[in-house]
Design a protein around this ligand. Structure first.
Ligand SMILES: Cc1cc2nc3c(=O)[nH]c(=O)nc-3n(C[C@H](O)[C@H](O)[C@H](O)COP(=O)(O)OP(=O)(O)OC[C@H]3O[C@@H](n4cnc5c(N)ncnc54)[C@H](O)[C@@H]3O)c2cc1C
Length: 398
């Protein structure tokens, strides 16, 4: 089949790598670089990123890692151990040790909540915040987790998504870091597309998608089109209107920090439930030293954007960082805010759009993640659905 892909982000490139084995693939990317919000941005020898914090939510065992292997992309992903710790009153705790911080009544409530979540025995129609609100510490922990992983508050996160996220967590475990960072993933996918004679056209902004007897990207004709530019942006340039509900993007702020001393001992996430804004941070150089100049660590913080006053949100994040690094030397390298046309997720979890529009138009990316799929894991779930559908379509046609 002749397949046109609009956008060379992780979603478009993963789809391209998988489909270019058996099909003629052309990818159109408006920017001069590929990888979208999932590639490295070199600055003073630090491998900063265009978006992601060099972290794959379910590490070497999750959906993305499995699809990379299926595509033949040999990326080394180091699973974090522990997955994360929680900073409470200046002390770090593992998840299981948090229960010891609670009084008798709250401990019973929290153990019951945890068991209910594991069994999926929860009211799916409430928010995660409502589920947790009886125990103050549980709500703070919940906010730190959803802010870090989904760029949402616990009250903005539907319980139905949390149940699916928990299932994936029990199945695959916690996060991992690809050696070489996000760009290592993108480079491997590009190599596969090139080897399979796929074509990539950079610095080309697609203005029109037309679905008729054939599928068109501007004047190029294809059998099917896969769009990686978000459901809303796709509909804006497409002749068919398919959005029945409006996905809600999620907004976030990332701050990259240079430190010689370091602040985290492990390769997982340090969740910060007591911060005003920062939800958590990682220190990726604990896993891959090449992500910073010799003798330095790269730390990245993430916070959900709570109000629309971006400057105030950044200032509150910086104040948190000052308190977290008290007595330690550190330097802010880069502050990035993600909203509007470049958000953290084009659809926040629970508002994702189906990947299959019809037999000629498909959507991939973080506006159409699979249920319970955190960030790139959700993208991989959506890509798998699209690739399987197109292969099935191809078989039917032949
Ligand atoms: C601060 C931050 C931290 C994050 N941290 C993590 C993390 O640690 N782990 C994780 O798993 N995920 C993380 N994410 C999420 C992850 O980075 C994104 O979900 C993912 O990179 C999105 O990929 P995508 O393919 O959907 O879209 P994009 O990366 O946005 O790709 C879309 C591409 O389409 C191109 N394009 C747009 N319009 C056109 C057009 N008209 N014509 C041609 N090309 C076009 C764009 O230039 C872009 O390259 C984070 C995101 C942010 C912002």
């Amino acid at each position: 089949m002749k397949i046109g892909i609009v956008g060379g982000g992780l979603g478009g490139l993963l789809t391209g790598a998988l489909l270019s084995k058996n099909h003629e693939v052309v990818i159109f990317e408006k920017l001069p670089f590929l990888g979208g919000r999932f590639t490295n941005l070199e600055y003073e020898g630090f491998q900063l990123t265009t978006g992601a914090l060099h972290m794959i939510p379910h590490g070497d065992d999750g959906y993305l890692a499995q699809l990379l292997r299926k595509a033949g992309a040999n990326v080394k992903i180091i699973n974090s151990n522990p997955d994360g710790t929680f900073l409470i009153n200046g002390k770090e705790y593992l998840y299981r040790d948090l229960f010891s911080l609670l009084g008798f009544k709250d401990k019973i409530k929290a153990i019951t909540m945890s068991a209910k979540l594991k069994l999926g025995n929860v009211d799916k129609n409430i928010s995660f915040g409502e589920f947790l609100e009886d125990v103050e510490l549980a709500l703070k922990i919940g906010n730190a987790f959803t802010g870090w992983a989904l760029s949402l508050t616990a009250y903005e996160t539907p319980m139905s998504e949390i149940i699916e996220i928990a299932k994936n967590y029990y199945k695959f475990g916690g996060p991992g870091i690809p050696i070489g960072g996000c760009k290592a993933v993108i480079d491997k996918l590009l190599r596969i597309i090139k080897t399979n004679n796929g074509k990539i056209i950079k610095e080309y902004e697609v203005k029109k998608i037309e679905i008729d007897e054939k599928a068109y990207i501007d004047d190029y004709e294809f059998d099917v089109v896969v769009s990686n530019i978000s459901p809303i942006e796709t509909q804006k340039i497409c002749n068919i209107k398919f959005l029945k509900s409006k996905p809600k993007p999620s907004k976030g702020i990332k701050i990259s920090i240079a430190t010689k001393e370091g602040i985290i001992k492990h390769g997982g996430v340090l969740f910060t439930p007591e911060c005003e804004r920062i939800n958590g941070l990682n220190q990726v150089t604990n896993v891959d030293k090449s992500l910073a100049p010799e003798g330095w660590h790269l730390v990245m913080t993430h916070q959900a954007q709570i109000t629309n006053n971006v400057k105030k949100e950044i200032d509150l994040g910086l104040e948190d960082i000052d308190r977290l690094f008290k007595g330690k030397d550190y330097r802010i390298l880069h502050i990035q805010s993600y909203r509007e046309s470049w958000p953290v997720n084009h659809a926040s979890n629970g508002t994702d759009i189906d990947n299959i529009v019809n037999d000629k138009l498909f959507l991939v990316g973080d506006g159409c993640k699979g249920r319970g799929g955190i960030e790139v894991e959700g993208i991989a779930m959506g890509v798998l659905k699209v690739v399987n559908y197109i292969e099935h379509l191809n078989k039917k046609m032949n």
